[in-house]
Design a protein around this ligand. Structure first.
Ligand SMILES: [Zn+2]
Length: 63
């Protein structure tokens, strides 16, 4: 008699993180840096020669 189903919807999820992932699309893979301005939890977008923060717009150029 084990017919109990856990069909309860998940609550309390914060889609903020996924939002940032979407901005990057498939480009977001490795080497994510935390924004030096926003701090931990805010990842920077990795581009060819620079990293940008999707939150505050900070741009760091690679050297
Ligand atoms: Zn930032």
């Amino acid at each position: 008699m084990a017919g109990k189903k856990a069909a309860e919807g998940k609550k309390g999820s914060s889609p903020n993180v996924y939002k940032y992932f979407k901005i990057e699309g498939d480009k977001l893979t490795r080497g994510r840096k935390n924004c030096s301005r926003c701090g931990k939890g805010v990842f920077m977008s990795k581009h060819k020669d620079r990293n940008t923060c999707g939150k505050c717009g900070l741009t760091e150029f690679n050297q």
